[in-house]
Design a protein around this ligand. Structure first.
Ligand code: ZN
Length: 154
């Protein structure tokens, strides 16, 4: 059995221009961290156990959050509209970011893998900030159908 990587940077793993770090203390599979020049992807022990293409789908998803400066957007949104954060407006805002990141994964050809990940690890109903399982999977399935249609008529 391969030992887990040392905490800190996983050397050589760069996704869409962002380095990937290992945090043995996080219970998240992966998340985007940092602002501007410190933006990076952080993965935890659960990410290590995923099938390779699902690992890559999650890295692409997090890289999309970083490319679009979603964390900065969230900070600015919370700064100007904190009371709205836990309203339908705030949920729409957070959900928009998740669906954008999933759409990027689909454009890179890993939509099926993202879908498999979500099916294996369903998140349940809509939370304060994250769209629920049904909304995310429906959006990915729609994109997959559209790409099949595009391929069929090309
Ligand atoms: Zn996300």
């Amino acid at each position: 059995m391969t030992p887990p990587p040392a905490p800190g940077r996983i050397l050589g793993l760069v996704v869409e221009g962002f380095e990937v770090y290992y945090d043995p203390g996080t219970d998240q599979f992966a998340h985007a961290a940092g602002l501007f020049g410190t933006r990076r992807i952080v993965v935890g022990p659960r990410w290590l156990l995923l099938p390779p293409r699902q690992k890559w789908a999650l890295l692409l998803h997090e890289s999309a959050h970083l490319r679009a400066h979603h964390l900065l957007e969230r900070i600015l949104f919370a700064t100007v509209a904190l009371p709205l954060l836990w309203t339908p407006v705030g949920r729409w805002f957070g959900g928009r970011q998740e669906l954008q990141a999933d759409a990027f994964v689909c454009r890179r050809g890993y939509g099926v893998d993202m879908l498999q990940f979500l099916v294996c690890w369903p998140r349940g109903s809509d939370g304060d900030y994250y769209p629920g399982f049904a909304r995310r999977t429906a959006a990915i399935e729609q994109r997959l159908r559209e790409s099949e249609h595009d391929a069929a008529i090309a």
